[in-house]
Design a protein. Structure first.
Length: 595
C-alpha cells in the first residue's frame, strides 16, 4: 500500500517544533541584528538588571506578496477589482504569520517562563508586545544592555546586538527596542516658518497675471486662494455621514480648537461652530491650553478641515518616540511613532478615508527593518480604502537642517559616502508623497523634498513617468549620489509658502511641504465625498490611478529646482520630476478622472 506523504510545510513545522522542545534554552544563538557604536553616543555602565523594558516582536507575515498584489489590483482603474477594498478580517488572512511561527515563538517565550497572559498580540498575531526585566531580556536575547549617553545629555538603555536561536531567525523579523538608538527629545516637524504677521497687518500685493485668482493670493495663501488656484470653487460636500478626513499628531503637537475658531472667523465664517474629533492613541493628549497649541498641528487641521468643510475631521494624538539612528546632520530625534499609531488605527473598524501626515525623516536614519515593516502597514491602510499622504520633506535633495550649499549629506555608516537624502515615510511606495510649490504662476519650492529611495525599488506604476525624467538627465549627472532604480518622490505637489493660520491667538505666515500635504489631502477628501455621494467606493491608494490616468488633471510645474548637498539638485520639467511630482491638482479635472 502506498503511504500518503505529509505536506512539506507540515513536516517542517513538526520537525522544528520537536527541535525547539528538545533543545535547551541556550540553544545555539546567532546574531539577528547588530550595529556599530552609534555616532554621538557614549556607552556608560551596564543597565540595572531589575529595570523593565517593553519589547515588540515582529513575526514574519505569511503572505504580504498576496496583500501587495491585492493592493495594486484594487487601486488599478483598469482592473476588475478596482475599488473592492478589503476588510480588516480579510487582510489578517494575508499578514498573519504561519502557525509554525506562532507556535515556535510561543514555545521559546514559554521556555523562559513567560506566560500567555504576559503577551499583547495584534489582531493578526504578527506583532507581540511584552514587558519584562532587563535581566530576562538579556538572557533570552543573548544581549547586554548598557546605559548610553548622547552628546546632548540624553540617556537611554540599548544593546548593540541581539541574538536568537537559529531556528527562530526565519520566524522573527525584528525585535525592538534593541539596536535602535532613540533620542528622547521631540523634533521640529517638517516646517518652513516665515515672518510672523501682527494682527491686522496687510502684506503688499505683488504683480499678478493669473486670471480667476484674487491678486492677494500672490502675497498670502488662504482657503479661498486654494480653491481658486486648484479649481475647487463651488463644490459642496454631500456625503458627510460617510466621509471623514484624519490628521496625525505626534510629539506633543496639539491642535487647538480656539485657534481653529479664530481661523474660521477670518477665512470661513460658516464654519465657526465646526470643530473636530480628538482621539487619544495610547495615552496621547491634545492639550487645549492656548499656550500649548502647535504650529504644525494648527496648520494641518486648519487647512485640511477648512478645505474639506463640512466633512467631519479627526485628529489623533500619539505620544512617544520611535526608533532612530543618530547621524551627524540629525541633531535630534526626527522619527515619529508611526508604529504605535498604525497599530492603533489598524485595529479600528472605521478609519477616515483620507489621512494626512506632515512628518518625516531622512530615510537613512530609520533602520531598514523598521522602515520596511512600517511601510507594509501603510499598504494595509491602502487596501482598506484609505488614501495616505505624507510630506516629502523640506531639505531639497539633502537634509533640512542646514544651508543647501553646506549640507554634509553623508551615509550613516563607516564609509561616510556623499549621498542625497530621501525622506521616509514619503519613500514608501504605498503612500502618496506631496512636494511643494510657490508663487503664482507656480514654480517648484526650492526646499521641496525629492529624489529616489535607497530602501524601496521603483514601483511599476512609476516606471513610465520616472524613466521619462531620467532619460532627460545628462549622462553621468549626480552619478553615485542617488539610486536610479529607487522609488521616486514626490508624487504630487501643492502650494507650500505664505499660508495664513492662527497660532496661539496670533495670525502667522507659515509654509513647507507640511502645508502642501494637508492642502492636497483636503482636496482628496472632496474627491472621496463625490465618489461616496455617487454610491462608489473611496479612492484608497491613489498612486496607480494618478500615474495611469491623472497626469492631464495636474498643473505641470516646469520651473525651479530643489538644491541641496552642495548641488543645484533636481530640476522641475515637463511631466513628472523629483521636485514637484506630477504637478499641482486641478480639482474639476480630477473629478472627471476619479469620479
Amino acid at each position: 500500500m502506498k503511504l500518503s506523504l505529509l505536506p512539506l510545510y507540515l513536516f517542517a513545522t513538526i520537525s522544528a517544533v520537536f527541535a525547539a522542545v528538545l533543545a535547551p534554552q541556550n540553544l545555539t544563538l546567532q546574531v539577528k541584528e547588530s550595529v556599530a557604536s552609534p555616532h554621538g553616543w557614549t556607552r556608560l555602565g551596564r543597565a540595572h538588571s531589575d529595570g523593565g523594558i517593553r519589547l515588540h516582536i515582529a513575526l514574519f507575515q505569511q503572505n504580504f506578496t498576496g496583500l501587495e498584489q491585492s493592493l495594486y489590483e484594487i487601486s488599478d482603474p483598469d482592473h476588475h477589482r478596482y475599488g473592492a477594498h478589503l476588510s480588516k478580517e480579510e487582510i489578517a488572512k494575508f499578514v498573519a504569520p504561519h502557525p509554525a511561527s506562532v507556535s515556535l515563538v510561543d514555545g521559546w517565550l514559554t521556555s523562559h517562563g513567560i506566560n500567555e497572559s504576559d503577551l499583547i498580540r495584534s489582531p493578526a498575531k504578527d506583532w507581540i508586545s511584552l514587558t519584562l526585566s532587563i535581566h530576562l531580556a538579556e538572557r533570552i536575547l543573548g544581549a547586554e544592555y548598557y546605559t548610553w549617553q548622547h552628546i546632548s545629555g540624553d540617556v537611554l538603555i540599548r544593546t548593540t546586538a541581539y541574538r536568537l536561536p537559529v531556528y527562530l531567525h526565519n520566524h522573527i523579523e525584528l525585535i525592538q527596542p534593541t539596536t535602535m538608538f532613540t533620542r528622547s527629545k521631540g523634533m521640529a516637524p517638517i516646517l518652513y516658518p516665515e515672518e510672523r504677521e501682527p494682527l491686522g497687518s496687510i502684506a503688499p500685493v505683488t504683480p499678478f497675471t493669473k486670471p480667476h485668482v484674487d491678486p492677494s493670493c500672490a502675497a498670502r495663501i488662504t482657503l479661498s486662494c486654494i480653491r481658486q488656484l486648484y479649481n475647487a470653487v463651488g463644490y459642496t460636500p454631500r456625503a458627510m455621514k460617510k466621509n471623514v478626513i484624519g490628521i496625525t499628531g505626534f510629539l506633543g503637537q496639539n491642535a487647538n480648537k480656539q485657534d481653529l475658531s479664530a481661523f474660521y472667523r477670518d477665512q470661513l465664517p460658516a464654519a465657526v461652530n465646526y470643530s473636530f474629533k480628538s482621539i487619544s492613541v495610547y495615552g496621547g493628549i491634545n492639550n487645549q491650553s492656548l499656550a500649548a497649541a502647535g504650529e504644525e498641528a494648527n496648520l494641518d487641521t486648519q487647512f485640511a478641515f477648512g478645505i474639506s468643510y463640512p466633512t467631519p475631521g479627526t485628529f489623533w494624538s500619539t505620544p512617544g518616540l520611535p526608533p532612530w539612528l543618530q547621524d551627524e546632520h540629525t541633531a535630534a530625534d526626527t522619527n515619529e511613532p508611526y508604529l504605535d499609531w498604525l497599530d492603533f488605527i489598524l485595529q479600528s473598524d472605521h478609519i477616515p478615508q483620507t489621512i494626512s501626515t506632515s512628518y518625516g525623516d531622512d530615510e537613512q536614519t530609520v533602520p531598514f527593518t523598521y522602515a520596511s515593516r512600517v511601510c507594509k502597514l501603510f499598504a494595509e491602510l491602502g487596501v482598506r480604502g484609505v488614501s495616505v499622504l505624507f510630506a516629502s520633506g523640506d531639505g531639497g535633495v539633502g537634509d533640512g537642517n542646514a544651508d543647501p550649499a553646506t549640507q554634509q549629506c553623508r551615509t550613516n555608516d563607516k564609509k561616510r559616502t556623499r549621498r542625497f537624502l530621501p525622506a521616509f515615510p514619503a519613500s514608501c511606495p504605498y503612500v502618496t508623497a506631496v512636494g511643494g510649490t510657490m508663487s503664482i504662476p507656480e514654480v517648484a519650492a526650492s526646499f521641496s523634498g525629492g529624489g529616489f529611495s535607497d530602501y524601496f525599488p521603483r514601483p511599476a506604476y512609476q516606471d513610465k513617468s520616472v524613466n521619462a525624467y531620467l532619460g532627460k538627465l545628462h549622462h553621468g549627472t549626480y552619478d553615485g549620489l542617488f539610486n536610479r532604480l529607487g522609488r521616486g518622490i514626490p508624487d504630487v505637489s501643492a502650494q507650500a509658502r505664505k499660508f495664513q493660520i492662527v497660532w496661539q491667538g496670533q495670525r502667522i505666515s507659515i509654509g513647507g511641504t507640511s502645508a502642501a500635504t494637508p492642502t492636497f489631502a483636503g482636496l482628496v477628501a472632496l474627491l472621496n465625498d463625490a465618489r461616496l455621494a455617487a454610491g462608489r467606493p473611496t479612492l484608497g491608494f491613489l498612486n496607480p490611478l494618478l500615474y495611469k490616468r491623472g497626469e492631464s488633471a495636474f498643473n505641470d510645474v516646469v520651473d525651479g529646482a530643489n538644491p541641496g548637498c552642495g548641488t543645484p539638485g533636481f530640476n522641475a520639467t515637463k511631466g513628472w520630476d523629483p521636485v514637484t511630482g506630477l504637478g499641482t491638482p486641478d480639482f474639476k479635472k480630477l473629478m472627471k478622472v476619479c469620479v
